[in-house]
Every structure is written in C-alpha cells, then in structure tokens.
Design a protein around this ligand. Structure first.
Ligand SMILES: C[S@@+](CC[C@H](N)C(=O)[O-])C[C@H]1O[C@@H](n2cnc3c(N)ncnc32)[C@H](O)[C@@H]1O
Length: 300
C-alpha cells in the first residue's frame, strides 16, 4: 500500500519560494512527499522541521537527512517547538490539511466507511475522544451542528433524531453499524458521496481540525519572516474559506479587523488571486487530489 501521493507537489513547493539556507516548517508530514521535495531545495545551513500528530507517519516514512527534524505534535503547538530549538522565525510554512491515504486505507484506524471496523478516526491515537464517543454521546444540538457545519448536511435535525433513537437501542461502534443506521433513515443504500459527508463531519470533530487550523494560521503571522510564505492546501470548502479569508483579509471573516482608528490588520500579500487546483492529469493519476485547493500568502 502506498502511504500517500503528495498533492499539488510542484505548485506548493514553488509557492514556498525556498531559499537554500532558509528554515521551513512542513506542518503535515504524512508520507513525507512534500518534505522530501523541500529537502532537495535546501543546502547546508538550510533546515526543515516536519510535524505530524500521527506517529505512524514517522514510523513508516522516516527520512534520514541531517537537515530535517521530525516533530510528533499537533501543528497548533508549532511555536513551542521552534522556540525550544532556538528558532525565532521561519521562511516558509506548508500545511497540507486533512488525512493521508494511509489513514483512510488502513481499516483499523477507523476513518473509512468501507469494510468493517471500529469507528476511531483519531489522527493522534492517544487523544481521548474518538468517533464512537462523538456518535454515541453528543446531544441533538451538537450532532446537528457538526453535520451541518463540517459535513454540509443541509437538514440534519430529523437525521440526528433518528441516530439518537437508534443509539439508545444499540451502541454504534462499527462503521457498518453507522452505515446501517443511515441507510435505514434514508430508506435506501445511501451514496458514497453522502456517506463521506457524514464521515468527514465526525472526523473533523474528533480531531478538532478547524480549531487547530485557526490557531496555526494566527501563529503563522508571528513566526514568519517578512517575505516568508504561507502555503496551505485544503480539501473542503469550510477549510478553504478560513484559509482564503485569513490570507486575503487577515481575519476569519470576509472583512479586515480594524482597530478603533479604523486601521486594518494586514498580514499577507495575496500570491494566489484564485486557488490553484490540480490539473486533470493529476486528478487522473490521483483522484483523491480532486478537491484540493492551494492558497499562498507572503508575509508583509
Ligand atoms: C494530507 S496528509 C499530508 C501528506 C503529505 N503532505 C505528503 O506529501 O505525504 C495530512 C497529514 O497531516 C497530519 N495532520 C493533520 N492535522 C494535523 C495537525 N493538526 N497537526 C499535526 N499533523 C496533522 C495527518 O496526520 C496526516 O498525516
């Protein structure tokens, strides 16, 4: 099994505009595809710190090179790790968000709706909340909220009511339990497209993905050198909107934050007017790249 095929590899590495002796962060090491390319561009004196919250990423894809250091941590804490190493600022930050192919394909990690497996979905297997807990303990309002916000499920109220009824009869543990509950609610075998929306919503909640992204973006402002690049690949509209607003408007809304004198926060020069998306050739070779959107900002 291939661990992960890197997405928008050439475009994202170009986007980092790498200086051979610069210091870079790959916040989402995964299969190490992007890290390996960054290393190719670094000379002696250059440095790369690569993060992942999932230890399987490092166990399976270790790169031996004195210019790289692997850091097992959620990227929302990247500032602590760089300070610990005496690094004040960096020249570029790459984040290729979401999950790796390995995490999806490895059934026992519990991300997939295929086969039969316990619903886990934790990227960091030491985290306390897994998917079983979310599905079986969240109340009506919280479940509606995550299906609506993270899964784009338009009218979740009735669906959630039914899920809660079903889980009272029998705890939902395996992916097959959950798929069966959904099929019963919809009175048909629901499409993979719709299934993946429910699974995505639960995964984002389990891993607190939106919160981590926002924390990381805010911190990038303080730790990027002037002209340092922020390069982010996202895979769904909620994430992309957050990244877009942050790079274009330096805020999480569609307008700038202003102080009491009306002076606005402006952190980035927008390098990508529109997001870069994979070519049809890339999508043919790697269909999982199809929803990717790459945005690049340059610290002012
Ligand atoms: C899409 S994959 C990255 C693939 C990688 N760019 C490559 O070329 O192989 C995302 C990776 O980021 C990790 N990840 C996701 N959110 C994270 C977070 N908040 N902190 C640290 N790692 C995270 C996942 O565990 C996964 O391994």
């Amino acid at each position: 099994m291939k661990y992960h095929v890197p997405v928008l590899l050439k475009e994202s590495i170009e986007g980092l505009s790498i200086k051979p002796k610069g210091t870079y962060l790959d916040l989402t090491f995964g299969g190490g595809g992007h890290s390996a390319k960054i290393l190719e561009k670094l000379s002696d004196g250059g440095k790369l710190l690569s993060f992942d919250t999932d230890e399987d990423a490092f166990l399976r894809n270790k790169i031996n090179n004195k210019k790289i250091e692997l850091v097992k941590s959620n990227f929302k804490f990247f500032d602590n790790h760089i300070k610990q190493r005496g690094i004040q600022k960096v020249d570029g930050i790459l984040a290729d968000l979401g999950v790796s192919s390995y995490q999806i394909d490895k059934e026992e990690r519990g991300f997939t709706y295929q086969g039969k497996t316990k619903m886990d979905m934790r990227m960091n297997t030491k985290d306390s909340i897994d998917a079983i807990e979310v599905i079986n303990t969240y109340d009506q309002e919280k479940l509606e909220d995550i299906f609506f916000k993270y899964g784009d499920i338009q009218k979740p109220k009735k669906i959630v009511k039914e899920i809660i009824k079903e889980r009272q009869k029998k705890k939902i543990v395996d992916n097959t339990d959950f798929v069966e509950v959904l099929n019963n609610i919809f009175k048909t075998n629901i499409s993979f497209k719709l299934l993946s929306k429910f699974f995505q919503a639960i995964r984002i909640e389990v891993n607190d993905e939106i919160n981590s992204l926002k924390i990381m973006l805010k911190k990038s402002v303080d730790y990027l050198n002037s002209k340092g690049r922020l390069v982010v690949i996202s895979y769904h509209s909620l994430e992309d909107r957050i990244v877009k607003n942050f790079i274009n408007k330096s805020s999480f809304s569609s307008d700038y934050n202003k102080d009491i004198y009306g002076v606005k926060d402006e952190f980035f020069l927008k390098i990508t007017k529109k997001p870069i998306i994979p070519s049809s050739d890339e999508i043919n070779v790697n269909p999982r790249s199809r929803s990717a959107k790459l945005r690049i900002g340059e610290r002012l």
